[in-house]
Write a new protein. Structure first.
Length: 257
């Protein structure tokens, strides 16, 4: 896909949680085509310790409002600076980058599993599935109820099941402990979140013969495959997550249980 370098206008910044903000961006021209699972590289202005762009998953694309949504976890100087953006300011973005999730076909039963800020790309994935006539099922995990993000919006597009580690909402435990996995069969699983969670999901998928894709969150600097800092070992050799991913079928990965 063609890539663009755009100065997008900040429409709003919403504090969803003490660690998460939702940034909505727009442009005077229609936003370019973007696929679920792709990401953008954003330029950080005003941070003396941040020199490289930061990769942020595409959370949602609202074509009617011409908006791009970015769900940002404020974990360092760069992302904290993003959280301080104000409506009307501009954010320079390179987009869309990477390869997204595989297309979903009618009749498939698909489970989207997310944890933490890893839920971000699954919202757009679920919305595109619903648009194509396939209702997704979401299984979202967090430490506690207050850490669950955007549940009302996820529910617009499919069934939503929840786990929390402390049992404050949904079932207690991790996503791979949810009773849904024993009660229903799925043709495909797509997942994004902390690596231990994704490895557990991948193990479940392999044991049950379910096709599974994971969206990796390796450290990425350039977003174009030039700096090699995000390399992942695969059955095809070392591949750059930013250029050859971030979405990979688990059959390609050399993960060890």
């Amino acid at each position: 896909m063609k890539k663009f370098i755009l100065d997008l206008t900040v429409k709003s910044v919403e504090q969803l949680h003490e660690r998460y903000v939702l940034i909505k961006l727009t442009d005077k021209h229609p936003l370019p085509e973007m696929l679920p699972g792709q990401f953008v590289e954003v330029q950080i202005e005003g941070s003396s310790t941040t020199f490289l762009r930061r990769p942020i998953s595409i959370n949602f694309v609202d074509r009617e409002q011409n908006e791009l949504w970015l769900l940002v976890a404020t974990i360092g100087d760069g992302t904290r600076r993003l959280a301080q953006l104000k409506a009307g300011e501009t954010l320079n973005c390179i987009l869309p980058l990477g390869n997204g999730f595989s297309p979903i076909f009618k009749g498939e039963k698909v489970l989207l599993i997310g944890g933490g800020v890893g839920v971000a790309p699954l919202l757009y994935m679920g919305a595109k599935m619903k648009e194509s006539g396939v209702e997704p099922t979401f299984l979202l995990g967090a430490r506690s109820a207050k850490d669950l993000l955007m549940l009302d919006i996820f529910r617009r597009y499919g069934r939503v099941y929840v786990t929390t580690e402390d049992g404050s909402e949904g079932e207690k435990g991790f996503v791979t402990n949810h009773s849904l996995l024993q009660q229903e069969c799925f043709d495909r699983i797509s997942t994004c979140g902390p690596t231990p969670m994704m490895k557990a999901v991948a193990r479940f998928a392999r044991e049950n013969g379910i096709d599974c894709e994971v969206s990796l969150e390796n450290l990425m600097a350039c977003g174009l495959g030039a700096c090699l800092c995000c390399v992942e070992k695969t059955t095809e050799g070392n591949l750059c997550v930013c250029k050859d991913g971030p979405v990979f079928n688990i059959k390609k990965l050399l993960w060890q249980d």
